[in-house]
Design a protein around this ligand. Structure first.
Ligand code: CP
Ligand code: NVA
Length: 331
């Protein structure tokens, strides 16, 4: 498998074999780190730029720790700390950074921006989240499922909540590529875009996956192996959509009822950050305005034995290491 020089922009760009390769490489790199095997030669001498036009905890820290573990150096450009977009175009920024750095991570708004960056940079570009996709999260998520169940093919994966945004889109594509049974269980206003569903159904014919869209929680969650959700309002969306989202998506909250239909071995997953209690500023504001003390997932499920969200968060680092190593490493 040779992914050298490739960009990592969206899951549709990768074959089933390439995705499985990245998942298995992530598991190998995790095992090495746990055993104390030095990885500093993997990217010695490489310089990495991290551009964040939106905030981040996991993705930024994962790129930084992964780069440091593998002997590379990073520069972090925060949402206000560069000329990007305001005084300088993406194309010009790409041509400047491509002269100095060996690889560039970009988190921002429209997918076209990260695609343009990749077109002009001349070095590998990794998508650290756009409105449309979140590919590095996919490798971590699938790695976490494989750790738990020992396989991916045939796993029933149920996504509840806003299935039209980065997480819903990327998960549907990834499940299709990996031969999994993907269900978007939500209000039909929040089903993924028809064209993407059609594309995934085509992929599913090749891989044995299934793609189901349903508004019925009992049918959707029946015999699920994984129930997954994400915030109801994503970064960059206006605050005035909260009322409508709470009304539309509350029936699709991940709670004990949803899990009552799932397999006894089913796990809960979430890319994080999550609104499951009142220990956040936004959580408190929503409580004052709407009187609810959790949103997409109850605290009971989030804190339960079923929840693998912190394994999933740790796996962001191992899988981002795999993506950088495979596309840019000294292997
Ligand atoms: N899951 C995820 O991407 O988290 P951050 O926004 O903290 O990077
Ligand atoms: N859909 C969320 C994912 C965060 C990791 C957002 O874009 O804010």
């Amino acid at each position: 498998m040779d992914l050298k020089g490739k960009n990592f922009l969206k899951m549709l760009d990768f074959s089933t074999e390439e995705i499985n390769y990245l998942i298995d490489l992530s598991l190998r790199l995790k095992d090495e780190k746990k055993k104390g095997v030095s990885q500093t030669s993997y990217m010695t001498g490489k310089n990495i730029a991290l551009i964040f036009e939106k905030t981040s905890t996991r993705t930024r820290c994962s790129f930084e720790v992964a780069a440091h573990d593998m002997g590379a150096h990073v520069t972090y450009l925060d949402p206000s700390g560069s000329q990007i977009g305001k005084k300088e175009s993406i194309a010009d920024t790409a041509r400047v950074l491509g002269r100095m750095y060996d690889g560039i991570e970009y988190r921002g708004f429209e997918q076209e921006k990260v695609e343009a960056l990749a077109k002009y940079a001349g070095v590998p570009v990794w998508n650290g989240l756009t409105n449309e996709s979140h590919p590095t999260q996919m490798i971590a998520d699938m790695m976490s499922i494989k750790e738990k169940f020992g396989k991916l093919k045939g796993i029933k994966f149920v996504y509840m909540g806003d299935a039209r945004y980065n997480m819903g889109n990327s998960l549907m594509v990834t499940c299709a590529k990996l031969g999994m049974d993907f269900v978007a269980c939500t209000n039909k206003k929040y089903f993924p875009e028809e064209a993407l569903v059609a594309k995934c159904q085509e992929i599913a014919k090749e891989t044995g996956a299934t793609i189901t869209l349903t508004e019925d929680v009992a049918a959707g969650c029946k015999d699920a192996d994984v129930i997954y959700t994400d915030v109801w309002v994503s970064m960059g969306e206006p605050a005035d959509v909260w009322a409508e989202r709470i009304k539309d998506l509350s029936p699709y909250q991940v709670n004990a009822e949803a899990f009552s239909y799932a397999k006894s071995t089913a796990v809960f997953m979430h890319c994080l950050p999550a609104f499951h209690d009142l220990n956040t500023t936004i959580g408190k504001e929503i409580y004052e305005q709407f009187g609810i003390d959790c949103m997409e997932v109850t605290d009971e499920i989030f804190e339960s034995e079923r929840s693998i969200v912190f394994d999933e968060a740790e796996n962001r680092m191992h899988s981002i290491k795999a993506v950088m190593y495979a596309t840019l490493g000294n292997a």
